[in-house]
Design a protein around this ligand. Structure first.
Ligand code: ADP
Length: 227
């Protein structure tokens, strides 16, 4: 059996609030295999963003370990964490955060060029990804010339431009109308299966979550499998 792409092991995270400590994650455990998509459905304040930040190496847990593939990450310094994040982890947020002065194609090329790939290779891969996401004829549009659903699909293409092993998404369809959200979610699910990514997607939408391979929630700081 292959190794999980992402393994969150016994993670704890507490925040200080005045004299009190708020224990948000209390032994959270989650393993996601390559090609597997997991929806995380939990009420606001349950700790979804905290867990995504820890999984994405943006925040360190107070205890526990995050494995990317076979590799533990807690001992890494900031530079090593940044490198790993750039290569192995893609993020999609509720708002697309595309650069407004660049075209869709350039937005998808940029992370590849930052990583050191040349312009032609970056452009080719951007074109392939945008076509795959149904945006073949929108490559030269700037974000302001795209619909909300199109912008979000460009953001997904950008997140996977460097072929990460893991895709993390925080309410990726939260500001889209239901039909557009459905379309974007479908594109995301297809991409995960096709590319062998491991995806963890926070959403409030149970209907969309049903399209993922697994559904989990956060209860008392622990991950609980649904169904
Ligand atoms: P969710 O994404 O599920 O809405 P969050 O992970 O954003 O939840 O937050 C979980 C809880 O942790 C919330 O009660 C929030 O107020 C608290 N929290 C998050 N970040 C911080 C922080 N940096 N300092 C103090 N409390 C925080």
């Amino acid at each position: 059996m292959s190794n999980p792409a992402l393994y969150i092991r016994n993670v704890e995270r507490r925040y200080k609030q005045g004299d009190n400590e708020l224990a948000i994650l209390r032994g959270a455990e989650l393993a996601i295999m390559p090609g597997q998509s997991v929806a995380m459905i939990a009420p606001s304040g349950a700790g979804k963003s905290t867990l995504l930040h820890i999984a994405g190496l943006l925040e360190k847990p107070d205890a526990g370990e995050v494995f990317i593939g076979r590799d533990p990450t807690s001992h890494l310094d900031d530079e090593a964490r940044t490198t790993l994040r750039r290569l192995d982890i893609g993020f999609v947020y509720q708002f697309h955060h595309l650069l407004p002065e660049f075209t869709a194609q350039e937005n998808v090329m940029l992370p590849q060029m930052i990583r050191g790939l040349n312009k032609n290779i970056s452009r080719e891969r951007a074109g392939e990804l945008l076509k795959y996401l149904g945006l073949g004829d929108r490559q030269q549009h700037r974000p302001g010339e795209l619909s909300g659903g199109e912008q979000q699909r460009v953001a997904i293409a950008r997140a996977v431009a460097n072929g990460p092993r893991i895709l993390l998404a925080d309410e990726p369809t939260g500001n889209l109308d239901p039909r557009t959200a459905d379309h974007v979610f479908g594109a995301l699910a297809d991409l995960v299966r096709y590319s062998g990514l491991a995806a963890l997607i926070a959403t409030h939408n149970m209907e969309l979550a049903r399209r993922m391979d697994r559904r989990v929630t956060l209860r008392d700081g622990k991950i609980v499998e649904l169904e």
